[in-house]
Design a protein around this ligand. Structure first.
Ligand SMILES: CC(C)(COP(=O)(O)OP(=O)(O)OC[C@H]1O[C@@H](n2cnc3c(N)ncnc32)[C@H](O)[C@@H]1OP(=O)(O)O)[C@@H](O)C(=O)NCCC(=O)NCCS
Length: 214
């Protein structure tokens, strides 16, 4: 199941002499970014300086033997902007997933086995504990963070600096703030883009994910 590259050999920075290079799929990868061979990358992604994608999770059970870490998979879709110093850890039990059209900004950390759906924004220095699911269209404000196995409802807005704890419930289309994160108001701007039926579908999807993840 695990792809195990020989450490320090295949995990090289992009060594082209330009400051960045594009691959045949239109991915633009800065030369200082480290991307493992266990990472499947779609098309037209931007990966900025010093980003580290696919290194092993700091997970005692999955570290491996004789100081040889295990490298689970990461799959990244299309058209994502991943700016500098972003870390996306390799999966352990599952694959770490990033969908399409996401913005993952400077210093953000995506823990192992997280599932970032489409059109998600993780602002600078957002921290996601492992196995968390960030549903479609979520916007997480500067420096917000979540406990492992959190599920953040679609099209919700998480205020800057908020802390999502085990007990926090972030329903689709809600705006939450504070430590611990609490409901502030509905995300009217996003609600107006969806029919009642579509909103209900997102709620049902949220409930389904919650029942699967716990
Ligand atoms: C959550 C947020 C969307 C709310 O914005 P808003 O609807 O304009 O709300 P307001 O600024 O009017 O604040 C409403 C109340 O919530 C409080 N509040 C707002 N954001 C808060 C936050 N992040 N944490 C704690 N309290 C917050 C305000 O103090 C205010 O409280 P009060 O009614 O007691 O005075 C906004 O504050 C936020 O955090 N945006 C994210 C910013 C960001 O990360 N930008 C990324 C740049 S790359």
């Amino acid at each position: 199941m695990y792809c195990e590259p020989s450490f320090n050999v295949r995990f090289k920075a992009n060594t082209k002499s330009n400051s960045a290079s594009g691959d045949k799929n239109g991915n633009y990868i800065h030369k200082t970014a480290l991307i493992g061979p266990n990472v499947i990358l779609g098309r037209n992604n931007y990966i900025g300086p010093y980003s580290i994608i696919g290194f092993p999770a700091e997970h005692k059970t999955f570290w491996g033997e004789n100081m040889r870490p295990k490298f689970g998979k990461v799959i990244i879709g299309d058209n994502n902007i991943i700016t500098s110093h972003v870390t996306i850890d390799a999966g352990t039990e599952n694959i770490t997933l990033v969908g399409n059209d996401c913005w993952i900004l400077k210093g953000a950390y995506v823990g192992h086995d997280c599932n970032i759906e489409d059109n998600v924004t993780l602002s600078a220095h957002v921290l996601l504990g492992g196995h968390s699911i960030v549903m479609e269209g979520v916007n997480m404000g500067l420096g917000s963070m979540c406990h492992q196995r959190s599920i953040i409802g679609s099209y919700s807005m998480v205020g800057m600096g908020s802390v999502i704890t085990k007990k926090s419930t972030i329903l689709p289309f809600d705006t939450v703030i504070g430590k611990p994160a609490r409901f502030l108001k509905r995300n009217i701007q996003k609600l107006s883009l969806f029919t009642d039926c579509q909103q209900l579908a997102e709620h049902n999807r949220f409930l389904q994910l919650v029942s699967q993840n716990h």
